[in-house]
Design a protein around this ligand. Structure first.
Ligand SMILES: Cc1cc2nc3c(=O)[nH]c(=O)nc-3n(C[C@H](O)[C@H](O)[C@H](O)COP(=O)(O)OP(=O)(O)OC[C@H]3O[C@@H](n4cnc5c(N)ncnc54)[C@H](O)[C@@H]3O)c2cc1C
Length: 507
């Protein structure tokens, strides 16, 4: 990939900066229309927000409450398309809103019926009211004091960085060139970017007819490479999540707490055999790539969960804590130049097209809009988007039959061959096996220990201590694959421990 990036003489049609859901989505869309596309990511694919979501493919019950119907309809349609195009990675999940006040049953019951109706042919299943007994059958660890019943509804769930890797492979399957650990250091006046290879230190120019800025919370920094006076577009806010073992839910059903003390919603969701609880909304100043949960965010989640769970999780039960930064667009900041959809924003400044906001669920629609705009800016021959019906790499209908390899979809067959040589599991508390590390290096561009333990496998997000315990063996397997020596191994383990500390609460 690096060689192809360096050696191309003619300009690319589209160069994308940023390898999160937005940028990779744009690469998939543009490449599948037949444009020449390159994407660079300064760190690893998904290192930013796109590996740190609540893992929901959803219409957004919260937006419904705010009356933002257009947004909900768009997201519900995208939810349906995504389940169809990536059935190995998107699953239905039942959610229960527990009710404690007399008015809550009818109120949320009607709201969620509207949610069903808005989904139309993309529906995931009919919501309905539950009796107290039915509610407790589904959620045995729910607090029983004052419980009247609940409302069950259906939404989608996924593994965010896993889907991202499969989207990156989809883009490559369609002819795009993608590289991680290559940073855009400057914008070229003639179009394109000055790139720096973080591994070799090498610098070169990547010329393009149009440049897409898909850097999420860092969008303003890239815009200022072109115009140092550019008015800020982003108001960053972070959200934290806590992960516990499965016993805190003891169920396949998730909980939606519709009103937290700070006026938001809180989810408790089964995820990869664990319980994920979140999130918060904390305005922050300068965003950092490795976002860190604040102590007060951890306390807030623990306290809110304690209001609903009969056996509430304690601080010492936390297996992992992770935070992500929302790239929220400031109201009115895009002025008249922006094509504003209610959810995402596209801003054109010269030959730089910035796309930001939105959510994981709507990445495909965002990409379609963005490539339409980018093609105009670049003067490319107009070609329609084909991603609505396009299968995502690994597409496999009956993935659950693949057991622990389900997330790989049709790639599981190839992994099976590696498993014959590397069958051992890496830690007793997690299902991951050595063959998956080899696969991640050979097939999924994993370059560092963190790439494997945080984003190819989800060990760091599920159980930080287990991930730390796995690190030396994973480094050994990676070093053999990458042709690295003992120094690299030791330095990688050290570097990983430094990062992994952020995923453990301070006691
Ligand atoms: C707490 C939280 C929970 C969420 N939960 C959900 C959910 O359940 N469902 C849902 O649909 N959405 C959810 N979202 C929203 C969703 O996660 C984001 O909208 C989405 O991930 C944003 O993706 P992105 O590609 O725009 O940004 P990012 O994923 O942050 O990607 C930007 C990338 O640009 C790279 N970059 C920056 N500068 C440069 C440079 N100079 N050169 C090269 N690369 C650069 C960064 O390294 C980064 O990887 C959630 C968001 C948060 C914060």
């Amino acid at each position: 990939m690096i060689t192809r990036l360096r050696e191309r003489k003619e300009p690319w049609d589209v160069v994308v900066i940023g390898g999160g859901a937005t940028g990779v989505g744009v690469a998939v869309d543009a490449a599948s229309r037949g444009y020449a596309v390159a994407l660079i990511e300064q760190c690893d694919f998904g290192k930013g927000t796109s590996s740190r979501s609540t893992k929901l493919v959803h219409g957004g019950v919260r937006y419904l409450e705010r009356g933002d119907i257009g947004l909900v309809v768009e997201a519900l349609r995208e939810r349906g398309l995504l389940r169809r195009n990536a059935p190995h990675l998107v699953h239905d999940r039942a959610f229960v809103v527990p009710t404690y006040d007399w008015w809550e049953g009818p109120f949320y019951g009607i709201g969620l019926k509207i949610y069903d109706l808005l989904a139309g042919k993309y529906g995931f299943g009919a919501s309905r009211l539950l009796s107290r007994e039915e509610t407790l059958q589904r959620l045995p660890n729910l607090k029983q004091d004052g419980l009247r019943g609940g409302v069950v509804y259906f939404d989608g769930q996924f593994d965010d960085s896993r889907l991202l890797i499969h989207l990156a492979r989809t883009a490559v399957d369609r002819g795009a060139v993608l590289a991680n650990y290559v940073r855009a250091a400057a914008l070229l006046a003639k179009g394109g970017v000055a790139a720096v290879d973080a591994e070799s230190g090498g610098e070169w120019e990547i010329r393009s007819r149009v440049t897409v800025n898909a850097t999420g919370a860092f969008s303003d920094a890239v815009r200022r490479m072109g115009d140092p006076q550019a008015a800020p577009l982003i108001a960053a806010s972070q959200g934290a999540h806590l992960v516990f073992d499965a016993s805190f839910l003891r169920s396949d059903t998730a909980i939606l707490v519709p009103h937290t003390p700070d006026g938001r919603v809180l989810f408790a969701i089964p995820w990869h055999g664990h319980t994920l609880v979140g999130t918060t909304d904390t305005p922050i100043g300068q965003p950092e790539l490795e976002a860190r949960a604040l102590e007060e965010e951890i306390d807030f989640i623990l306290e809110t969960a304690a209001g609903y769970l009969a056996r509430p999780p304690r601080r010492e039960d936390i297996l992992s804590v992770f935070a992500g930064v929302r790239p929220l667009v400031k109201a009115g900041s895009a002025g008249n130049t922006a094509a504003l959809s209610r959810d995402h924003t596209i801003l054109v400044e010269g030959r730089l097209v910035t796309i930001t906001g939105g959510k994981w669920t709507t990445y495909r629609h965002m990409a379609e809009d963005c490539v339409n705009r980018a093609a105009q800016v670049a003067g490319l021959a107009a070609r329609g988007s084909v991603t609505r019906e396009m299968r995502i790499h690994g597409h496999y209908e009956d993935a659950s039959a693949l057991g622990a390899l389900a997330v790989y979809g049709s790639d599981a067959v190839c992994l099976q061959e590696l498993l014959e040589r590397w069958p051992d599991t890496l830690h007793p508390d997690l299902p991951y096996r050595e063959a998956e590390v080899v696969w991640a290096v050979r097939e999924e561009m994993a370059r560092t220990l963190e790439d494997v333990l945080a984003r190819r496998l989800r060990a760091l997000f599920l159980n930080a201590r287990a991930a730390i315990a796995m690190a030396p063996r994973v480094a050994e397997l990676m070093a053999a694959e990458l042709g690295r020596g003992d120094d690299w191994r030791a330095a990688e383990v050290e570097r990983f421990l430094e990062t992994a500390r952020n995923y453990l609460p301070v006691n």
